[in-house]
Design a protein around this ligand. Structure first.
Ligand code: GAR
Length: 217
């Protein structure tokens, strides 16, 4: 057996949600928090896109929103350092990438190791990158789905927390498959974050173990 490398905290967590677009996964997380399903609060919703529809929704829900203009920074490193500073000042426990379409720098990933998770609309490690629902259709796979995983510098390659399987139908278009996968995303993302703040995720090398509630400390 390998050494335990990380155990998620059992506490009321402070979350930063990162979005670039419509924000339906952000809403699913927020709704689950409001229902008491997740022991956490959303401290800030951050975006790299000023007009991301999800930012407006966050504002309407009286959450703090933060936008930093990428063009104001000389490099990706500088941009991510500015984000990191904002997060440090808010004492963020977990960053939930929810349709955040900008690759994080290795330095940022290292600083927040085991404190960044992402949702991806495919069964990783198959179909990384963009337009992955269309890639799944074109490849002819019978099943695709969604993956929640820890974020490491290698894009879409971090340890997998949970997955949901969705059949690919012969008549599927990118839109119909995306819609069915999205429904599952809205279930498994809150579930993963709940487990995280129940102190039930243990990362051992590439594997994430889900600890039984009996072992909660
Ligand atoms: C979701 O399908 C999410 O899995 C995907 O973007 C969509 C965002 O939708 N993320 C990625 O492709 C990341 N590689 P949302 O803004 O409605 O949550």
């Amino acid at each position: 057996m390998t050494d335990t490398t990380f155990r998620s905290p059992n506490k009321k967590g402070k979350i930063a949600v990162f979005i670039s677009g419509r924000g339906s996964n952000f809403m699913a997380l927020h709704d689950s928090i409001k229902k008491g399903y997740i022991n956490a609060g959303i401290t800030v919703v951050f975006s790299n896109k000023k007009n991301a529809p999800g930012l407006q929704i966050a504002q309407d829900r009286n959450l703090e929103i933060l936008y930093l203009r990428p063009k104001n920074y000389e490099s990706r490193e500088d941009y991510d350092m500015a984000i990191a500073k904002e997060l440090r000042s808010r004492d963020i426990d977990l960053i939930c990438l929810a349709g955040y379409m900008r690759i994080l720098t290795a330095e940022f990933c290292r600083e927040f190791k085991h404190r960044i998770i992402n949702i991806h609309p495919a069964l990783l490690p198959s179909f990384t990158g963009l337009h992955v629902q269309q890639k799944a259709i074109d490849w002819g796979v019978r099943f695709s789905g969604a993956t929640v995983h820890f974020v490491i510098p290698d894009v879409d390659m971090g340890p997998i927390i949970t997955q949901a399987v969705v059949p690919v139908l012969q008549k599927d278009t990118e839109d119909t498959l995306s819609a069915r996968i999205l429904k599952e995303e809205h279930k498994i993302y809150p579930e993963a974050v709940r487990l995280y703040f129940e102190g039930r995720l243990e990362v051992r090398d590439r594997r994430v173990l889900i600890l039984d509630s009996l072992f909660k400390s």
